[in-house]
Design a protein around this ligand. Structure first.
Ligand code: SAH
Length: 488
């Protein structure tokens, strides 16, 4: 005779427990959680325990469960399809497992893989779609960890998609009776725009109509390219949104700015084509027209393009122009916001952008070039009780100081310069407006850096929590007589 194959893995199965009695021994909160899960699967739980938790009482009163108000006895198993032992008494749990084994009823003993003849997996659920994860009971923490990862990757619209495919199952089978053809249909369907449309706007009825159109007309199944305009946040990969992560995982092509950190890019699908389209402050390796042309070229080839931008795509990111271009060329698009530099840098420097005592409003401005400096309303920017967040300002700090002082701002107004905000190499320099350009030069501040001006900036000195403490300005001593620039 052959020796039995050694096995360390469990046989995975999904059990249909609708209207089937399942015995839960124990009446506490652990038992209650098991009962609730069983009810979701349509089972008829029978709870055996001298006492019931409050929640179980409620379920009993509503008629959702039955109750055997007693100590465990073997004959409770007579009617059960499965049994779960959830008492805090090891001897009782043992007795339940033994009795179940004698009757060949599968038993789960909560938190005891050895005693259990079936395990309850960690679960990710999207509508009728269920993904069960098991480590064979040996490493439940790892299974839970993977469950959390899947939770972030799997979009909510998958549930809607599963419902749609269940509703249309017969139609699809009739149209493609052969398995091979059916499989190819599904591959094209799922790689196409349907998942995106479900996320964006289709309701159930429209989705049915859309799928039936696909079944009628083969051409409708041609891949349709699209562009997602995605904000990558300021650099810390933890600040990427779940939607951005999903888009990066589905992308065929990623066109990214230089500002997007390597840590964030590492989250993207391995085999996506990555193209750096430059565009970090001061250096333009590719013109806006060239970027437009690249998006168009790839989308027209049916590719899913992710246009990945630092921070948020609509804050000093020319995202609007890119969408107008796509719209003019009939390319489908979506926009996924990101955490913009002002929000991230302030948080990571310990600077509340608004504060009841110091600032009631926040202005985002850019000091990119002479033009942008000239068009700003400096009188408005000089108001007190507000916070200014100045983007792309490193080269323009002299001018920013000059105009603000001319507009009457107090030279003692605190500033904070945040370089590489949210990244491991983050630096924060604090000081007063009067010495702003000098201290930036002294500390050799480089792009990307964000300037925060306003009373709140001083709070960085006490509220900082990330990375190194703020570097104090070396020039605050000579504040006695700030040199006011002469009006031109
Ligand atoms: N769309 C981006 C801004 C692009 S403009 C956003 O929403 O954040 C580029 C400017 O943003 C830089 O010059 C700098 O001022 C600022 N910036 C972006 N990321 C930054 C970071 N990690 N730290 C500091 N400043 C940053």
């Amino acid at each position: 005779m052959n020796a039995p194959l050694p096995s360390t893995s469990l046989f995975p199965l999904f059990a249909d427990l609708r209207d089937r009695p399942v015995l839960v021994v124990g009446g506490g909160t652990v038992a209650q959680r098991k009962v609730e899960a069983l009810l979701l699967a349509g089972a008829s739980p029978v709870v055996g325990s001298p006492e019931l938790s409050e929640g179980l009482q409620v379920l009993l009163e509503k008629g959702h469960i039955r109750w055997r108000a007693d100590e465990f006895s073997d004959d409770w198993l007579d009617e059960a399809w499965l049994v779960i032992a959830a008492t805090d008494d090891a001897a009782v749990n043992h007795a339940v497992a033994d009795a179940a084994a004698a009757r060949r009823i599968l038993a789960n003993v909560v938190d005891d893989a050895e005693l259990s003849s079936f395990h309850v997996p960690a679960l990710v659920q999207r509508g009728p779609l269920q993904i069960a994860i098991s480590s064979g009971g040996g490493a439940p923490m790892l299974a839970r960890h993977i469950r959390r990862q899947l939770e972030t990757l799997l979009d909510d619209s998958l549930g809607t998609l599963a419902e749609l495919l269940i509703r249309q199952r017969e139609r699809i089978r009739t149209r493609f009776p052969k398995l091979g053809a059916r499989r190819r249909f599904f591959e094209r369907l799922l790689a196409g725009p349907l998942p995106r449309l479900l996320r964006q706007r289709l309701d159930g009825e429209q989705a049915d109509a859309y799928l039936q159109e696909m079944l009628r007309d083969d051409k409708a199944l041609q891949p349709v390219g699209s562009v997602a305009l995605v904000g990558a946040g300021p650099g810390d990969p933890g600040l990427v949104t779940l939607n951005a992560l999903r888009a990066m995982n589905e992308a065929d092509v990623i066109l990214h700015d230089r500002l997007v950190s390597a840590e964030v890019l590492r989250l993207a699908r391995r085999d996506a084509t990555r193209i750096e389209v430059g565009k970090s402050a001061g250096r333009h390796s590719m013109s806006q027209e060239q970027i437009h042309a690249l998006m168009l070229e790839h989308a027209r080839q049916g590719k899913r393009v992710v246009r990945l931008k630092g921070g948020d795509p609509f804050v000093f990111g020319r995202g609007g122009e890119e969408l107008e271009f796509l719209r003019a060329h009939g390319i489908a698009f979506e926009v996924i916001p990101g955490i913009t530099a002002a929000v991230a840098c302030a948080a990571y420097a310990g600077i509340p952008l608004t504060h009841r005592d110091h600032a009631q409003s926040l202005r985002l401005v850019t000091a990119h070039c002479k033009d942008s400096l000239d068009t700003l309303d400096w009188q408005a920017l000089a108001q007190d009780k507000q916070t200014l967040a100045v983007y792309m300002g490193v080269a323009g700090l002299e001018k920013v100081r000059e105009r603000l002082l001319l507009a009457g701002v107090d030279p003692h107004l605190p500033f904070a310069l945040v370089e590489n905000g949210s990244r491991p190499q983050q630096r924060v320099i604090t000081g007063m407006l009067a010495s702003l350009p000098e201290s930036a030069r002294h500390h050799r501040v480089q792009s990307p850096a964000l300037l925060i001006l306003g009373e709140v900036a001083a709070l960085a000195d006490s509220l900082h929590w990330f990375g190194a403490a703020p570097l104090a300005s070396q020039h605050s001593d000579n504040l006695g007589a700030p040199t006011l620039p002469q009006a031109a």
